[in-house]
Design a protein around this ligand. Structure first.
Ligand code: ADP
Ligand SMILES: O=C(O)[C@@H](O)C(=O)COP(=O)(O)O
Length: 424
């Protein structure tokens, strides 16, 4: 297998979002959990997305895991590696976008790396280096209240400069609009000044196509699914990949019981949970009791098991920004996040033992904890439920399962019922 494109995603929902985008753009794509074991049977593909849970861990660990993934991808022929980050640039001043980018850049000897989280299909656009989420700048969006990485600066040149050892430049929209040669000239100018990375503006998919054409001639890029779209279209239009029509199939129906877990506290997920109350039983966990180890997991299982035979259930730890802040003040941000993620993983593991084979998880870190606990080594990408969220079929796992890993911010108001309709 010689890969046309190698990808390293810093969380699992982000990885399935990218795998979905690449698949829809005609690349045969598989999503792996971590660096694949030698004996994992992978189909013949154009792109592999290695999913890491490295967005919110210590920067040194994120770097070493990302480099291991890069080595594996380059070893399979990937000339270009995309480091997939969140479309809302989720990170802190300690990292991990800057440190990982610096390390991958040093490994491949890249001049100036193109960086953009733009993903217009989901309302993420970048202008003059400022990230917009829908109609508002990042720092006015719900991401200002993210439980792990509150985003309070919209200027990505500044944000990335605080995390990286290299200077950060800007390739503005006027340059992108003039086309690929203008972008190449600007990048060369920045690299000549010793600037190691540039935020590049993008508002429409056509901007990402221009960026993809340029990036495909480089060894490394950093961004969200939008730049993945640009790269995929460039690989197809230049004949490096023969476009495969996305089958949208994940094989035979798996049947079995269905459940939903929500650990995301995003505004979108909170609304989706409220709407789900109309169509399925919903249990709201008590986060304090989870952290104190007070039997909350057992309470959830005792609640869920008798109901599962009747139809899907939803178990949520999610709370409003004020409640999240208060909980973190009582227990600490990392301790609270970790304990709740592990409780979700405990619940998922036991639900699968009870026969759940169709599982929807809302939240990137939450999905990471759940998928790790279920020891799923990889996924095939199926139909799209909502922009950035496909149905996934587990490969190489103990149980034949369908999953949907939803980024906290993605999906329409009826996401849970939309997903269940497509997961048979
Ligand atoms: N009620 C709560 N209070 C505080 N933190 C919570 C609560 N519920 C979940 N969390 C934590 O918040 C984080 C949410 O992150 P994540 O799952 O990545 O969601 P998103 O996709 O919205 O970023 C996780 O670490 C999760 O354990
Ligand atoms: O790019 C995106 O927005 C998503 O693919 C993503 O990374 C989601 O992260 P979470 O919101 O933490 O799930």
């Amino acid at each position: 297998m010689t890969l046309a494109l190698g990808c390293i995603a810093d969380d699992y929902t982000g990885a399935s979002d990218l795998a979905n985008t690449l698949t829809r753009a005609g690349l045969r794509t598989v999503q792996t959990i971590g660096v694949p074991a030698d004996d994992l049977a992978l189909p013949e593909v154009d792109a592999v997305v290695v999913s890491l849970k490295s967005r919110s861990i210590e920067a040194g660990l994120a770097v070493s895991r990302s480099r291991a993934a890069e080595a594996w991808l380059r070893g399979r022929g990937a000339g270009h590696v995309l480091f997939k980050i969140c479309s809302t640039f989720d990170s802190t001043d300690a990292g991990n976008i800057g440190p990982v980018m610096d390390a991958l850049r040093a490994d491949c000897g890249e001049g100036a790396v193109l960086v953009t989280p733009a993903f217009p299909e989901t309302g993420r656009t970048v202008y003059q280096g400022n990230l917009f989420v829908g109609a508002v700048p990042l720092n006015e969006s719900p991401l200002k209240d993210h439980p792990l990485n509150p985003m309070r600066d919209s200027n990505l040149v500044r944000v990335l400069a605080r995390q990286s050892r290299t200077q950060i430049g800007l390739v503005d929209l006027a340059t992108v609009t003039r086309g690929a040669d203008a972008v190449r000239a600007r990048l060369a100018e920045l690299a000549g000044k010793g600037i190691g990375a540039a935020i590049i503006d993008a508002v429409f998919d056509r901007d990402l196509e221009t960026i993809g054409l340029v990036a495909a001639g480089h060894r490394l890029s950093v961004g969200a699914s939008g730049i993945g779209l640009g790269l995929a279209r460039a690989l197809v239009s230049t004949g490096k990949v023969k476009s495969a029509s996305p089958s949208g199939e994940t094989g035979a129906a798996v049947g079995g019981l269905a459940a939903c877990l929500a650990g995301s506290c995003s505004q979108a997920t909170l609304q989706q949970i409220t709407n789900a109350e109309r169509i399925m039983p919903v249990l709201h966990l008590d986060p304090d009791r989870i952290i104190m180890g007070a039997g909350e997991v057992q309470r959830a299982l005792d609640w869920a098991r008798p109901r599962l035979g009747e139809g899907p259930v939803l178990i949520a730890s999610s709370s409003t920004p004020d409640q999240v802040t208060a909980l973190q003040a009582r227990h600490g941000r990392d301790a609270a996040g970790h304990a709740i993620e592990q409780a979700m993983a405990d619940i998922a593991e036991n639900l699968v033992k009870s026969g759940v084979r169709r599982l929807i998880v809302a939240g990137g870190e939450t999905s990471g904890a759940v998928v790790d606990r279920l020891k799923i080594p990889g996924f095939l990408v199926g139909v799209e439920i909502a922009a950035g969220v496909p149905v996934l079929r587990a490969v190489g796992a103990e149980s034949d399962m369908l999953l949907a890993l939803k980024s906290g911010n993605f999906g329409g108001g009826e996401f849970f019922s939309d997903a269940l309709m497509l997961m048979r």
